[in-house]
Write a protein that binds this ligand. Structure first.
Ligand code: SAM
Length: 325
């Protein structure tokens, strides 16, 4: 077992749905993956109760994700209420951006400012090839609208796929040239078939090498508990470039996050199958003290294993769409 890591588990990622309006090749690889029955998806009042319990137990940052969170009806009101939960000081949203153009003003009104937008290509046909949908214009429109409304920070997440979009790394990085965006390149995680992963995995050091064509990359100061990204400034860029390796585990000892799946399973580690069935207990009528105990247990599991995954992970075992990336 690795050494005990000094850290605070203060970040919860809430998946509000397993539904998505895209069919990204690396995310929905599971042919026999079944959508959750609607009754299995956590209701908003249940999520708010768990968020409040989590906040009483040290969570201060909550990210709403999915599936695609913006396809779930009522998500704007939910975000508004999440901002009111005592102890939750930072609310963030991860979205594919398809519905952002129309929803951005309402989202801004909720108090939301932190946006992560997933975008792997700037080419229409390629976008359709990766996501299965012809929605690039909508996403770019959403990004523009969000920027003009004043969302900040806006982080753009690009999964780099060898032989599919690796030739676009510089173009994607240049989204951060004139705007204060953070463009983050992410290694493909093995939540796909071994064969597909081997064919399309492109290591982050290769991405870094390609990016040096922009000029010398200067390491940017890390925010405390900034997450897995290592950030850089490129010459004359207003924004930053982030690199996220998903393999080497360098982030594990500092990982400060828990995940709650759309069906209410609390997971201490993205790469582990360990989970606590909070929805089951909540619907049995158990009290806040029991649920709080399970948050503490999940935190304890992270504390006591700097890296939770190696002994427990059985990848590939689930598509990202179901656990919330
Ligand atoms: N629908 C939202 C979105 O697109 O941002 C939120 C959920 S999505 C599962 C969250 C992120 O996980 C996306 O940025 C997606 O690219 C990333 N993702 C999904 N599968 C992945 C994989 N196998 N490797 C790396 N990133 C992955």
């Amino acid at each position: 077992m690795d050494e005990i890591a000094p850290r605070k588990i203060n970040y919860l990622r809430l998946s509000v749905t397993d539904r998505c309006n895209l069919r990204c090749v690396y995310c929905t690889y599971w042919q026999d993956w079944q959508k959750l029955p609607a009754t299995e998806i956590m209701r908003y009042e249940e999520l708010l109760r768990l968020a409040a319990i989590a906040a009483q137990n040290g969570i201060s940052k909550v990210r709403v994700t999915g599936g695609e969170p913006l396809v779930r009806r009522g998500v704007v009101d939910f975000l508004r209420q999440l901002h009111q939960v005592p102890g939750v000081t930072k609310v963030c949203l991860t979205t594919n951006g398809v519905l952002l153009r129309e929803l951005a003003p309402d989202l801004y009104d909720t108090g939301l400012r932190h946006l992560n937008i997933s975008l792997d290509t700037l080419r229409r046909e390629r976008y359709r090839q990766i996501t299965g949908r012809d929605n690039l214009a909508a996403v770019l429109g959403g990004l523009e609208r969000a920027a003009s409304l004043g969302f900040h920070p806006i982080k753009i997440n690009c999964v780099v796929l060898k032989g599919i979009n690796d030739d676009e790394v510089l173009d994607l990085a240049r989204l951060a040239q004139d705007r204060p965006f953070q463009v983050r390149f992410i290694e493909l995680m093995p939540t796909v078939s071994q064969e597909w992963w081997r064919r399309h995995f492109w290591p982050i050091n290769e991405v870094h090498r390609r990016l040096t064509r922009l000029g010398p990359l200067i390491p940017a100061g890390q925010e405390p508990a900034a997450g897995p990204a290592i950030n850089f400034h490129a010459p004359e860029f207003k924004g930053e470039i982030g690199l996220i390796s998903t393999r080497d585990g360098h982030h594990c000892p500092n990982c400060n996050r828990l995940r709650l799946t759309a069906d209410g399973k609390l997971r201490p580690c993205l790469l582990s199958q360990a989970e606590f069935d909070l929805k089951g207990l909540l619907r049995l009528g158990l009290g806040d003290d029991v649920l709080a105990y399970l948050f503490q247990e999940a935190m304890e599991l992270k504390f006591n294993r700097a890296r939770v995954s190696p002994e427990l992970s059985l990848l590939p075992s689930w598509p990202m769409v179901s656990v919330g990336g």
